[in-house]
Design a protein around this ligand. Sequence first.
Ligand SMILES: *Cc1c(COP(=O)(O)O)cnc(C)c1O
Length: 415
Amino acid sequence: MYKQFGISDEVIKMAKIAEEQVQDVFNKIDEICEYNSLKVLNAFQKYHVSDIHFNSTTGYGYSDIGRDTIEQVYSEILHTEDSLVRSQFISGTHALTVALFAFLRPGDTLLSICGKPYDTLDEVIGIVDNPSSLKAHQVKYEQIDLINEDFDYGKIRERVSQKNVKLIEIQRSRGYSLRDSIALDKMEKVIKTIREVNQEVIIMVDNCYGEMVDTIEPTDVGADVIVGSLIKNLGGGIAPNGAYIAGKKELVKLAAERLTSPGIGKEEGPTLGINKQFLQGLFFAPSVVASSLKTAVFASKLLENLGYETKPKYDQKRSDIVQTIIFHDRDKLIKFCQGIQMGSPIDSNSIPEPSDMPGYTDQVIMAAGAFTQGSSIELSCDAPLREPYVAFLQGGLTYEYGKLGVLKAVELIMK
Ligand SMILES: *Cc1c(COP(=O)(O)O)cnc(C)c1O
């Protein structure tokens, strides 16, 4: 069967070795998965999730008890006062945009404390000019870069003690950069530092790719509000779209009034048949995140053994599901992405090519042979075409499928 799939004996042998070397890491991932499963199950039981909640509304979507229960369950799992979990959010970027426009007013300052935020926020913030950006609405932007893979605590303390920063953005995941994801103990430390000098500033975490990688979430270490996509971790590969914003009640209300309308807020939003998929996706999420992590850890070790530079290392503490492989070589990078596509269940006969994408400045290549378009909790690999030619690999609905996809990609770069 491996031969039929195009995997050579040599690659099978290398895979076996790598897999043996990562078992201790896999065991830790299983422990976290069980803990998070318990969190999910407890929340479902506490709010008496029942098949009545799989029904849905149309039109305005008033009194959708499924939707309201989903939001209670999310709040319970994320330990927040409230949450907004909606299919009316097109993507994570959209939810982040709604949150930023909801919380910031003309004259306010947005401060990012882990360097430049995710690429798709460039035009939202106005780092790249856009007449609809926050900048065009007179919202100022500042950033403090990370130093040696950690926050610049001194600079942050000095800046936020001046009081005129309205919102601090922390991005948990590495995004399209080569820095580490931010561990929650570091996040706790920086939030404490901020709170020592400023109690008012809103602390918002872009939690994309981070959910359920650990046993706690940023809201457990003091973040006011977190934002994430449902075609990533918490959708569990089942949610067909959507995103969430969870946190302090008044912030969720502001976000809801920006998503729908002032005065309407959370009260409207038809679910159009999506409730069951949101619930079932959340139910699968701990396990799917664990599979993604195992796929990442396996890929990291296998490619390291083959002489490639990988980050994070297989046994490094992770706070997101992203694995990077630094190829320093344009063609190898493209080949690897094409191999991931060839190892996918959907569109395995398509060959991805670098192209321009809305929201991204460099050309991007994206391998995504996924059931849900663009879903990156499913095995996927993307890369902006720029030095040092880094592949960003993530997802894997099951470890076995994740591993097979990685083997196919490895086979292709070894040719
Ligand atoms: C994916 C991602 C986003 C944007 O989410 P989309 O759903 O792709 O719009 C934002 N921030 C980070 C860190 C991400 O990984």
